[in-house]
Design a protein around this ligand. Structure first.
Ligand code: HT7
Ligand code: ZN
Length: 893
């Protein structure tokens, strides 16, 4: 397969002003008739160029006509991926195409397919070409009308984009609906749904006083579990009006939940289609995390109406234009709805564990990639999460008002257009009269910048000098990097823990207690004056840039001090994480060196867990001033993924055991405090679960974190207590935490808890996903055979992406089994990728790209070799999808 390059972008020679689609949906073969009003975009060329429409080989072409005349064979040509038409008339013309497709056989879940007996679509990125031949690129924006006809009994609900113009009966028990979308859109935002669905309805009054009807559709059995999604939608609509002055532009907004969906959700104009797990929520079946995900994703898709739909991307290389910006917007929304510090910590943790790993692996790419084989492979943490961090840089530098001015100008200039990331940056720059051209480097370079800060205090001059340097590591295809502009927010703490007033040399007056330094060169110096005493540096406040920070000379005592006192909640949390990361690294290195004795003895000989760390964790655990959610995050050990890459040739099993040791040591030492925390945060009898209640959720988070620590003690009393909790829990957050606490140990309560959980929830497919995930991710040795058995269990279905993600992605997180020394875990994933690829290429690609196979150079040579063998085996497979090929071939380079 040939890659596409960003540099090769050319405007389309034809545009499509108006599209009329006519769908005749059937059980065997469905027919799609399209009438396209084509307009020239080729300038003054004397002969109209060839029109090259995108398609797929499984489309059955029935007829093509231009201005009402059927085309002669010589005037068109078909390949597996294109329909090329020549001898076209000058000027605009009408093109009519009729095709036959079989949605019921479409297991890729791209284009038109069936889920749970209902028809639905997924067209981003290039799925529309699976429905009919079309100019399937985002810079072709058209007005659409859609007629949908289907059997009235089986498909009583017929939905399209925009407004319903007409509906009625058709022949032979069929009915139809005619929809019109007044806003021009690219075809990736097209959607239709035909099915037997229940509906929940509400109304939102916009800031200009219009009533918008809001509807959520699900299978009938789930319709009483959509109130949280509806509430979230209304909150998101209000927030966007208040924060950005953005009002919804139609009178109807539909959300449809489907159970077979490759990603989370899709922002089709006025007809969002959602993975059911991101719509359906109830206290007994959903955790607090599920609730916050529903809130965040409902908001995210809604926000796309402006950032993505009204202003869209010129080409797919610009994906971060809509995704980075929309993630930033949903992060801000969730921060305003809940706890800002906790949201920031969660987002940074995710970025660091998953995006930093991606940025250091074989698939590393800039937030605006330069090339791709399959665009689907670039819906990545880099484009989404790092992209959001780059948007955040503008907000940090320009301030809230400056950022809003930039957004206003962006919409004023580009509403109704398909634009680039440069257009966004220029709007930010022009609205604030600033030169932001150096920010282009963030869009073009992959890799996580490493920033080193060396503070030195001169007591006699009362100055603190910060030497700051940056280095971006080489990534595939990019050996040389230039410095990027890094806003580095810093503060200085006095001995009593208070923030010191800041005076930056060269700047008049005081800069408050947090100063954003702009680091633009490979190395730079900043001097603070009037520094009355030797301060403790608090750097990268609020995680002001997506970098890896190292503060030279920072001691454990300073970190413990920051953990206890920093006024910046992110830095406070980060100080604890830095302490723990350093401890894990030290213990791992010690364990690695002397392999003769028992691991526990080796770790004890290396100093074990020092009191500085356990005291700091104990103080945090018992803090009266901090909320439970923050404390739970603070006492969590950094994920293994944060250390992989920083320790060369890592043995993941040894790292797992070192982490386990540290958890056990902390649990043993802090047992009385942990037990007290559990008691204090127990919900009172008769308490009802209130969705979105932060205080309640914070108590559950802390209690369950404490129980997690206690479960590491392998104490039969704890296991019995967890089983009792699993049985008596009144909400899913507590129930799943109790079962999870039993999953990594081989105690009899584990089996009982899993069996009882199954009996209780076997009829709820969303809860069954959790049951699958718990077992597949368990760190009990020899668990692979159970995971293989799970694949045969009725709760698992290989054609359902959620089930695949629960099983395979959870298995990838089980260090003990995925990284088993005999390579059996790697082989299982190799086999599974090949199996899934024949059914759904996007899901198969997601499994490989989430695996350590894309970072094999970080692992010990034996494991790296076994991973390479699996990659080679996958790449040699006949008929391998381009999706999997791209990831596997890059990982083998
Ligand atoms: N914009 C949506 C992307 C999406 C997608 C992409 C590739 C394949 C399937 C997909 N389903 C949804 C989701 C979003 O970011 O809002
Ligand atoms: Zn999105």
């Amino acid at each position: 397969p040939q890659p596409k390059y960003r540099k090769d972008y050319k405007p389309t020679p034809y545009l499509i002003e108006h599209v009329h689609l006519d769908f005749l949906l059937n059980e065997d073969k469905s027919t799609v008739k399209s009438k396209l009003h084509m307009t020239p975009n080729y300038g003054d060329a004397s002969t109209p160029p060839k029109l090259e429409l995108d398609g797929r080989k499984d489309i059955d072409l029935v007829s093509v006509s231009v201005n009402g005349s059927a085309l002669a064979d010589k005037d068109y040509e078909r390949t597996d991926k294109k329909l090329s038409i020549s001898n076209l008339p000058k000027g605009s013309f009408d093109l009519e195409i009729t095709v036959g497709i079989k949605p019921q056989e479409n297991t890729s879940l791209e284009g038109l397919y069936k889920s749970g007996g209902n028809f639905c679509t997924q067209c981003e990125a290039e799925g529309f070409r699976g429905i009919t031949y079309f100019l399937d690129r985002p810079d072709v924006m058209s007005k659409y009308t859609t007629r949908i006809e289907a059997d009235a009994k089986s498909y009583p609900v017929l939905l399209g984009n925009g407004n319903l113009l007409e509906q009625g009966c058709a022949s032979e028990g069929r009915h139809y609906a005619l929809w019109e979308d007044p806003f021009p859109k690219p075809c990736y935002l097209f959607a239709l749904v035909a099915g037997d669905l229940a509906l929940s309805e509400d109304v939102f009054k916009t800031m200009s006083g219009r009533d918008v009807t809001l509807r959520i559709y699900t299978e009938a059995k789930d319709i009483d579990r959509v109130s949280w999604a509806m509430e979230s939608l209304k909150q998101a609509m209000k927030w966007d009006e208040e924060t950005f002055g953005l009002e919804y532009d139609l009178d109807l907004f539909n959300i449809v939940a489907v159970s077979d969906f490759n990603m989370g959700a899709m922002e089709n104009k006025s007809l969002n289609i959602f993975n059911s797990r991101l719509v359906i929520a109830s206290p007994s079946t959903s955790t607090d995390l599920d609730y916050s995900r529903v809130e965040g994703v409902v908001a995210h898709e809604y926000f796309h109406n402006w950032t993505g739909n009204r202003v869209t991307c010129r080409d797919w290389f610009q994906l971060t234009l809509k995704e980075g910006l929309t993630v930033f917007r949903d992060q801000e929304f969730s921060s305003d709805m809940n706890s800002r510090p906790v949201k920031r910590i969660d987002d940074v943790s995710r970025l660091r564990t998953a995006q930093f790993t991606e940025d250091a692996g074989s698939m590393a790419h800039p937030i605006r990639p330069d090339s791709y084989i399959k665009m689907d492979n670039f819906y990545t943490l880099t484009v989404y999460e790092k992209g959001a961090e780059i948007v955040r840089l503008y907000r940090t530098l320009l301030g809230k008002d400056g950022f809003r001015k930039g957004m206003d100008l962006y919409f004023k200039r580009h509403d109704g257009q398909a634009v680039t990331c440069d257009d966004f940056r220029n709007a930010m720059a022009d609205a604030n009269d600033k030169d932001l051209s150096s920010f282009a480097a963030w869009y073009g370079q992959a890799g996580t910048p490493q920033v080193k800060v060396s503070p030195s205090y001169d007591a006699s001059a009362r100055t603190l000098t910060l030497k700051v340097s940056q280095n971006i590591p080489a990534t595939p295809g990019q050996s040389q990097k230039e410095p990027v502009p890094i806003p580095l927010a810093v503060g200085l703490l006095a001995a009593d823990g208070s923030d010191m007033p800041l005076h930056l040399q060269g700047e008049a007056g005081e800069s408050g207690t947090t100063k954003v330094l702009l680091v633009e060169k490979a190395s730079q110096e900043f001097v603070f004056t009037e520094v009355a005493e030797k301060p403790v540096l608090s750097a990268l406040r609020d995680f002001s840039a997506p970098v890896k920070l190292q503060v030279e000379g920072q001691t454990d005592e300073e970190l413990a001090f920051l953990l206890g006192h920093d006024s910046d909640p992110f830095c406070r949390w980060e100080a604890g994480q830095t302490l723990l990361r350093a401890l894990l690294t030290k213990l791992y290195n010690a364990a690695k060196q002397q392999k003769e004795s028992k691991l526990e003895d080796r770790l004890a000989a290396a100093g074990g867990v020092p009191e500085t760390v356990s005291d700091a964790m104990g103080a945090l655990l018992t803090s009266k001033e901090l909320d439970g959610m923050f404390i739970a995050a603070g006492i969590s050990l950094p994920a293994a993924a944060e250390l992989i890459g920083s320790i060369p040739n890592i043995d993941p099993l040894l790292l797992h055991n070192v982490r386990k040791y540290v958890v056990q040591q902390l649990a043993a030492r802090l047992r009385p405090q942990l037990e007290a925390v559990v008691k204090q945060n127990e919900s009172a009898a008769g308490d009802t679960f209130v969705p979105g209640d932060f205080d309640q959720a914070a108590k559950r988070a802390l209690k369950n974190k404490a129980l997690g620590y206690l479960s590491a003690l392998d104490d039969p009393r704890v296991s019995a207590d967890l089983l009792e909790r699993a049985r008596s829990a009144t909400n899913m957050t507590d129930q799943i935490a109790a079962v999870a606490g039993l999953c990594d140990s081989d105690c009899p309560e584990r089996k009982t808890a899993l069996e009882e959980f199954y009996k209780q929830w076997k009829d709820d497919s969303l809860v069954m996903l959790k049951w699958i995930g718990l077992q597949a991710g368990a760190n009990v040795p020899g668990n692979l055979k159970n995971v293989e058995k799970l694949m045969e269990h009725p709760a698992f279905s290989i054609t359902n992406p959620n089930a695949c993600y629960s099983l395979f992605l959870s298995f990838l997180r089980s260090s003990v089994n995925f990284h088993a020394a005999d390579g059996s875990g790697y082989k299982f994933i190799g086999d599974s990728v090949l199996k899934v690829d024949k059914i759904n290429r996007q899901v198969a690609a997601r499994i490989v790209s989430s695996s350590a196979f894309t970072a094999l150079k970080d692992y010990d040579p034996e494991r790296a070799q076994m991973m390479r063998e699996q990659l080679s085996r996958i790449s040699a497979e006949n008929g391998l999808s381009e999706n999997v090929f791209e990831i596997v071939s890059k990982s083998l380079e």
